[in-house]
Write a protein that binds this ligand. Structure first.
Ligand code: ATP
Length: 368
């Protein structure tokens, strides 16, 4: 394992006593100082994976390495990790200072060392003004920082966060996201962050692991995940994509064509060409931000790909207008445009329209 790898999961698997396979075949390598987000729908195995890393859940098979050492069977208290839970688990009868000191007292550190470390982390997280206060007197952001301080004071190699912002309202959540990301950068510490919110996973993570039904669907940097999904699941889960089904007609390294009932559509393939052959079920993923719309009979651009349909709805939200277009009985697509792009074009519910996009904005994904 390379020296700068903090965490390595090798074919990690978890089967609960009742027989539920919660996690399977999970491979991941996390670099030191990286912020990794796990995202996926409820029940996909995010929390189970985090708990296996923390040592709070046993590992059924596979290996867990932290900084080159195998921790697969090492108990939680002997792992160089700290976990922050959604409810923070703050002791209400203790002050902020005592809450932070608690983990070090349990480890029986000398009191001078405890004082030095607790004072330092309280200072770093700007909790000095509330060091003597109890949980009831703290604002949401301060509770969040206290929870972080309690984890960080143990000087972990890796901080594990399980939906730590889940309890906060939307505005506070946004500002704490920024604070957390900044703190992580300044500390240079490896963070593994579990969330079910795709926007949070994308805005926080250096890389994002998308999970589905116990398996990893894709591990990518946020922009790549957003623009180049590798599976139909990721295309549906991340972003605002339209998905048009067909079968693979042509596949080169940088261009694939699928045959659809609306004609051939091309895009950039993200599937493994070794496994996917002509005739295989495949999908064109067309992001709703990149679709242009014209009333039929307008000037169609020859360099653009496209399909015909009927406008069914216009939903203006400020300057943005979401337009729904029915392509046939089975498929309605959505696009996002600006109010001024529609003005004077005679587009209304019931109008026949032509949709167009640049083929290089489209990704072709294949069924597994
Ligand atoms: P959520 O976002 O809802 O927390 P998650 O992605 O974190 O979901 P897990 O909590 O890891 O998913 O659950 C994965 C699967 O394992 C689910 O099918 C769940 O029902 C099951 N599971 C979780 N904990 C246990 C347990 N203690 N015993 C048995 N099955 C469990």
């Amino acid at each position: 394992m390379a020296a700068d790898i903090d965490l390595e999961l090798v074919q990690l698997r978890k089967v609960y006593p009742g027989g539920t396979v919660a996690v399977e075949g999970f491979d991941l390598r996390v670099k030191r100082g990286e912020f990794i987000s796990f995202v996926g729908p409820s029940g996909c195995g995010k929390t189970t994976t985090l708990r296996m890393i923390a040592g709070l859940e046993s590992i059924s098979s596979g290996d867990l390495l932290i900084r080159n050492r195998n921790f697969t069977d090492v108990p939680a208290e002997k792992r160089p990790t700290a976990t922050i839970f959604q409810n923070y688990a703050i002791f209400p009868h203790m002050t902020v200072w005592e809450n932070v000191a608690f983990g070090l007292r349990v480890r029986k550190l000398p009191s001078a060392e405890i004082k030095r470390r607790v004072d330092a982390i309280i200072d770093k997280l700007e909790l000095g003004s509330v060091a003597g206060a109890k949980e009831g007197a703290l604002a949401g952001g301060q509770k969040q920082r206290l929870a972080l301080a309690r984890g960080l004071v143990t000087e972990p190699d890796i901080l594990l966060l399980d939906e730590p912002l889940g309890a906060l309202d939307a505005n506070l959540r946004k500002s704490i996201q920024e604070e957390l990301k900044l703190l992580q950068r300044n500390l240079g510490l490896t963070f593994v962050f579990v969330t079910h919110a795709q926007s949070e996973a994308l805005s926080m993570g250096d890389r994002v692991v998308v999970m589905n039904a116990g398996k990893v669907e894709q591990i990518s940097a946020p922009f790549e995940l957003y623009t180049r999904p590798q599976s139909p699941f990721v295309a549906r889960f991340i972003g605002r994509n339209n998905i048009i089904d067909g079968t693979l007609a042509e596949a080169a390294a940088d261009r694939a064509v699928i045959a659809t009932r609306f004609g051939p559509l091309s895009g950039l393939p993200t599937f493994d060409r070794g496994k996917t052959v002509t005739g295989h079920a495949a999908y064109a993923v067309v992001p709703s931000e990149y679709v242009g719309i014209e009333a039929v009979g307008g000037a169609e651009r020859q360099d653009m790909a496209g399909v015909d349909g009927t406008c069914t709805a216009l939903d203006p939200v400020g300057q943005v207008v979401y337009v729904s277009v029915r392509l046939d009985d089975a498929l309605e697509v959505r696009l996002e445009t600006h109010r001024e792009m529609l003005s004077g074009r005679g587009i209304a519910p019931g109008t026949p329209v032509h949709l167009s996009w640049r083929p290089d904005r489209v990704t072709i994904v294949a069924d597994a």
